[in-house]
Design a protein around this ligand. Sequence first.
Ligand code: ATP
Ligand code: MG
Length: 389
Amino acid sequence: MIEKIKPLAKPSGFKFTKKKAQAKATDKLTISLDVGSHNTKMLVGRLKPSGILIEKALMELTPANSYSDGDVLDAGQLTALLKDMTTRNRIASTDLVFSVESTKFIKREFALPQIPNEDIIGLATYEMMQYLPIDISEYSIAPHIIGEIEEDGAKKIRVSVCAVPKSIIQTYQKLFTGIGLNPLSMEIHSNSIEKLIQFHEKSSPNSVYANKSVVFIDMGHSFFNVSFYEKGLYQFNQVIEAGGRDLDSIISKALNINEKKAEKVKREIFRKISVEDLESKYANAASDYHPGSVKVKLLIDLLSAITQWVVQINGVISYMKRSKEKSIDRIYIYGGASQISGLSSFLEKSLGIKTTVPKSLCRFTCARDIDKQIAVADYGNALGAFLRA
Ligand SMILES: Nc1ncnc2c1ncn2[C@@H]1O[C@H](COP(=O)(O)OP(=O)(O)OP(=O)(O)O)[C@@H](O)[C@H]1O
Ligand SMILES: [Mg+2]
């Protein structure tokens, strides 16, 4: 069961019911989890006033058919995985924060009159009921103030509302408590990143994010999540059905190997050739071009799939620019597929917007054996989940 969340200007995520859950994570050793369709990422660390201190960064393959699109398919397999990760790595904490995203989460934006914070949840729920053909009692609602607007001469607050099926929250709660973990909060990936940006701005006066309009793209295995932030405030996000898996599937078919092997081949290919190289060699191959070798055909198909990613991303960015009438200063890419060599330059060239990996997402310190850059690329969502309100 989930309690009603307290609406705050800053997103507080979805809290689990346990009394203990109200304790602050600050300075306590905490586990932060991001389960993906390919990798399960786990950080163990402490939130200190000076930043996040990461003691362990762990990543394991998510068991096949155990998780999909933010939801648990096979609790038994995930239980075994999490148990194994926590015991094998001798994790001396049971407190857990969690970041997740799904196309099953419903997001809408409303302009509400300036009412006290505690009344926002009621009005936001009412608005959701008016606009969506859903049984609202089956959803947990989290409103999030994202700005102000003037409408008919009156100042209003702009509220982004996220509705998460209670069944999903309950499934995770059962899964975590079943293995002795104490789930404290569940956050949406876009809000986890927002917290990192805000934490960065607070701790670095010359933050690269200050007063900027930026887009973060989480490039995963099954989905890309494109999120837009203005002056550190979340504005909008869109999940796209695209991911590293698209390339595995092309390689699997071309070479007649399974997707697991294809994934390894993909990494091998991009270790040797960057997307930019692919583009300079094959971008002008006409559609009726018949490559002489399987390898060349495969490379052309990979380039074409990545070009299709750009088309999809561009669709979301054009929508953001058009509907919000905003410009975008920079795109930051993270997530596993962002590590494909030359991808950021390819996106930059194709979209005409400066695109990089986020060099400094927030002030965090890692144990000596953790590479900071990898920590951001792979663990961005889990990092942000530490910063629960
Ligand atoms: N160096 C690399 N080169 C190419 N692809 C890579 C590299 N590193 C990771 N990937 C790809 O990134 C994907 C995994 O990324 P990530 O862990 O972010 O996905 P996920 O969170 O499990 O998926 P999702 O969020 O879509 O459910 C896989 O497709 C993997 O092959
Ligand atoms: Mg992911």
